[in-house]
Write a protein that binds this ligand. Sequence first.
Ligand SMILES: NC(=O)c1ccc[n+]([C@@H]2O[C@H](COP(=O)([O-])OP(=O)(O)OC[C@H]3O[C@@H](n4cnc5c(N)ncnc54)[C@H](OP(=O)(O)O)[C@@H]3O)[C@@H](O)[C@H]2O)c1
Length: 240
Amino acid sequence: MAAATTVLISGANRGIGLGLAQAYAALPNHTVVVALRNPSSMPTVKTGEGSKVVVVKLDAGVASDAKTAIDELKSKHGVTKLDIVIANAAIMHDFASLATIPLEDFEQMWRVNTLGSLALFQACVPLMPKGAKFIFMSSGASIIDRIPDKTDAGYGITKSAVNYLARYAHFENPDLVIFSMSPGWVQTEMGDRGARNAGLEHAPTTVDESVSGMIKVIEEATRDKWSGLHARYNGTQSKW
Ligand SMILES: NC(=O)c1ccc[n+]([C@@H]2O[C@H](COP(=O)([O-])OP(=O)(O)OC[C@H]3O[C@@H](n4cnc5c(N)ncnc54)[C@H](OP(=O)(O)O)[C@@H]3O)[C@@H](O)[C@H]2O)c1
């Protein structure tokens, strides 16, 4: 049997990350590494034939955790390569204008969403073979060229920076496929909070719709298709 495809997802105990972990684990011959700030928070996930889930501790807000997690993956779990990495873990504080956002809220979002994604990228690159894929989870809130519909610039800036990381890393690493991805407005704790703020009960997109779309985009992604760009879950290209 061919070596298992190894997929690492940060923040995979709930929301979109959990949906991605469930979908990849259900496939045959996949090792799904879930990197969580609280390892005991991972629900049981059904696995396909020859597949397994490996849990490692990773607090995306602690820069050194990414390297420690990858070292543990190698030494304790024998994982020596990563085919797909999805830097998914993120936080969004309550909406606030730039004039009023508490600076410590902005700093914490920056630490988890942006520095955390960069730290994960740095830790994973040595284990990524030619053609491996690194996906930075972005957001429609990252788009500079938009008319703001809510006061989410603090969060949006951290995701704009993630887009920058993805595009720059694409040029710096010609052997890898690297892009940012927007999952849609999705029915999770974060997405529904945004929906309530906009006067809606729920976000419009289900986790299943978002996840199945993103997995198709990731599957089809090559150096010539999506790498260096900002993809949306439905296979369309996002503005920057
Ligand atoms: N939902 C949407 O509509 C939407 C739209 C655009 C972009 N996104 C992006 O999609 C991704 C997933 O969002 P979601 O909607 O699934 O959010 P969510 O339901 O709030 O889940 C966030 C996940 O990130 C984890 N996380 C938060 N801080 C962490 C940290 N310091 N270290 C490790 N893990 C941490 C959480 O773990 P804990 O349980 O430990 O907190 C949880 O697993 C995020 O990057 C988000 O910005 C979401």
